[in-house]
Design a protein around this ligand. Structure first.
Ligand SMILES: NC(=O)c1ccc[n+]([C@@H]2O[C@H](COP(=O)([O-])OP(=O)(O)OC[C@H]3O[C@@H](n4cnc5c(N)ncnc54)[C@H](OP(=O)(O)O)[C@@H]3O)[C@@H](O)[C@H]2O)c1
Length: 354
């Protein structure tokens, strides 16, 4: 990743200065032929030119070294909740770029502020990514306290721990912090207005991050990934659940009046990496695969891509009552960073590997 960036940034300078210092100009003509010019013919400018090229070459090398020294190669990234659905991909993606330490409940209970602080002081990470969360949306309706302890109080502990070592802190939130009544979607700066306990607890947690000057608040939606949500067998994310039912020949009745952006945890992890390793300032980011669809439309696409003949029937939310109210249009708009690829492309890749 770093090497790619450096190559993109410096390749022109490297190539040109190398060619000149090798005392030749290679020019590619329109017809694609290579024309060789001896630049000694241009004397006395040639000597000056070669001297300048050598200086540029050396400076470029020094600049690359400086970047590598301060880059993510030396960054220690701590992923909390590393065995969860998103955490698994974060661990994999970040380990390709440098040092990553992944912990989960077995190693540290993030709701225990003292324990968390000790762990962070021991590791002294430069980046902490919080992929923990109370994610049982319907369960939260009957477990308000538990949801708030993990999604709100623990986030406060994380900010304190990050502060103590000067680390940047990335926290994951959700479209559930919005009511979903705005049919044209939600930009990053729209005030939150949750409609269920899970959303309330996540909105409360967001406040700690926004108040932290090194805090990155990443909202996302409708996640699926190769790792199961913890404690649940593979098949519990929406995509795998639809696949399993379709393969069993079960008729599918799927809600067609809730809209959102289906997002791959792999793509999200890559996008988070792009933010923390790019020159992005702390703030609120919406990272989602692009394209709005209803759950019904997503289900139709899953069975189409998987080539399964099955009847998919659209139904309304009232025909599929849930304990927690869901946003009708939980559509997150990304106005700050490069857009992620369309959800259909990410899904196709996921199904190819399924
Ligand atoms: N899933 C979605 O569709 C979605 C959408 C938008 C945003 N998000 C947000 O994205 C984040 C990751 O979601 P996910 O679906 O990947 O979650 P997940 O699969 O449930 O993973 C959460 C991880 O955190 C761990 N954890 C829970 N309590 C902990 C504690 N007290 N101390 C340490 N670790 C603890 C869990 O361990 P246990 O299994 O032992 O509890 C689990 O490994 C969450 O903040 C969620 O709110 C998710």
């Amino acid at each position: 990743m770093v090497n790619d960036c450096i190559w993109r940034r410096f390749s022109n300078r490297f190539i040109i200065s190398t060619i000149i210092t090798r005392r030749k100009f290679w020019i590619i003509s329109c017809t694609g032929e290579l024309v060789l010019l001896q630049y000694e013919m241009l004397w006395p400018f040639a000597l000056l030119l070669r001297w300048a090229a050598q200086s540029i070459f050396l400076l470029t090398i020094l600049e690359c070294c400086a970047i590598l020294n301060t880059s993510n190669m030396n960054e220690k990234v701590l992923v909390l909740g590393v065995r969860g659905m998103l955490g698994t991909d974060l661990g994999e993606v970040f380990s390709q770029a440098g040092e990553v330490i992944g912990l989960d409940r077995e190693e540290v209970d993030v709701t225990n502020g003292i324990q968390l602080q000790q762990v962070v002081l021991g590791i002294r990470p430069s980046i902490i990514i919080n992929a923990t969360g109370y994610t049982d949306v319907d369960g939260a309706e009957g477990a308000r306290e538990a949801a708030f302890i993990l999604n709100d109080t623990a986030v406060g502990y994380m900010v304190e721990a990050a502060q103590s070592v000067g680390a940047r802190l990335v926290h994951i939130s959700t479209e559930y912090v919005f009511s979903g009544e705005k049919s044209d979607g939600y930009q990053e700066d729209v005030p939150t207005l949750p409609r269920n306990v899970y959303g309330e607890s996540k909105a409360a947690g967001e406040k700690h991050i926004v108040a932290y000057d090194r805090g990155y608040l990443v909202r996302t939606s409708w996640l699926y990934g190769k790792a199961p949500q913890r404690g649940k067998p593979r098949g519990m994310n929406f995509v795998d659940a639809i696949l399993a039912k379709a393969r069993d020949g079960e008729a599918l009745r799927i809600v067609n009046d809730q809209f959102g952006k289906l997002t791959s945890t792999h793509d999200l992890a890559r996008a988070i990496q792009g933010i923390v390793h790019g020159a992005y300032v702390p703030g609120i980011y919406h990272l989602v695969n692009e394209g709005v669809a209803s759950w019904y439309e997503v289900a139709c696409e899953i069975v189409r891509l998987a080539n399964i003949e099955v009847n998919v029937q659209p139904i309304s939310s009232t025909e599929y009552p849930t304990r927690a109210v869901r946003p009708k249009h939980g559509v997150l708009l990304n106005t700050k960073v490069p857009l992620l690829r369309p959800w259909q492309q990410a899904l196709l890749e996921y199904l190819g590997n399924a």
